[in-house]
Design a protein around this ligand. Structure first.
Ligand SMILES: Nc1ncnc2c1ncn2[C@@H]1O[C@H](COP(=O)(O)OP(=O)(O)OP(=O)(O)O)[C@@H](O)[C@H]1O
Ligand SMILES: [Mg+2]
Length: 242
């Protein structure tokens, strides 16, 4: 048991109650998707994973293709008191803002989405080599992939990107929105898939979470209540359906 766990180290998520659903944490060097519609807590979940790692001496990297980094920093500071700017200053955190003109990776209707994704993959590869983080968070990939129409192209672009991430040895969380139907392709290529949602119970909406898959692990086949508070996200022992 001890030999197995040292050969396949796990990364604690930093989300109270979550690791026990996936057999102890994320496998090192894997790509893990967090899927949900808008406002279900994807960005908070993955930010907490990064923040927890940094607190424990593991360097983090956040790539923000759709929201600007300033916005993310402000939101995490205001909601939970996580000071990403200070973490950047201490060089424990690198935030790569794809909208930064210096990177010249502009999303526009003039750029072929496939070319854009190939350039994006190269950027990720370069930054992982340069920074060598232990934890990576990409928020959110859906916006890029929605412009790619052919499913086989989405699959192979996903495989390329995820392959680069895995071979760097970093443990990654990738958030995925559900609005454009590309989420299945991204989940298919990932090592684990977690679904965040809201359940309607009477007149109330209850946040929920379940694990759709986790390669190489037993998972808890149950829906749990997800709590968001000033301390961040946590998974309750309760199910939304009593
Ligand atoms: N301190 C807090 N206490 C309770 N809930 C909070 C607190 N701060 C933020 N929230 C809630 O957390 C949610 C934020 O979710 P988050 O931004 O992670 O969603 P998302 O899934 O990334 O959405 P999108 O797809 O729009 O980016 C919001 O519903 C917000 O109301
Ligand atoms: Mg978000």
């Amino acid at each position: 048991m001890a030999a197995a766990s040292s050969k396949f180290p796990r990364f604690k998520s930093g989300i109270p109650g979550y690791d026990e659903l996936i057999g102890g944490g994320f496998h090192k060097g894997t790509v893990n998707t967090i899927t949900g519609s808008s406002g279900t807590g994807k960005t908070v979940f993955a930010s907490q994973f990064i923040q927890y790692g940094i607190k424990n001496g593991e360097r983090g990297m956040i790539i923000t293709p759709s929201e600007s980094s300033e916005y993310l920093k402000r939101e995490m500071m205001a909601s939970f008191g996580w000071d990403f700017s200070a973490m950047e200053d201490s060089r424990m955190l690198s935030i790569v803002d794809v909208t930064d003109p210096v990177l010249r990776l502009q999303k526009s209707i003039d750029v072929d989405p496939v070319d854009f994704l190939i350039n994006f993959r190269k950027l990720v590869e370069r930054k992982l080599e340069e920074i060598k983080p232990q934890r990576l968070f990409i928020d959110d990939l859906t916006a890029f992939f929605m412009a790619v129409e052919a499913p086989f192209k989405i699959r192979s672009l996903t495989d390329d990107l995820f392959g680069i991430i895995r071979s760097s040895g970093v443990t990654a969380l990738v958030t995925i929105g559900t609005a454009f139907g590309t989420n299945q392709f991204l989940e298919y290529g990932a090592d684990s898939a977690t679904i965040l949602s809201r359940e309607r119970i009477g007149n109330n909406l209850i946040r929920s979470i379940y694990i759709m898959k986790m390669r190489g692990s037993r998972i808890a086949n149950t829906i749990r209540v997800l709590d968001v508070s000033d301390d961040g996200i946590s998974v309750s022992a309760l199910s939304p359906y009593p």
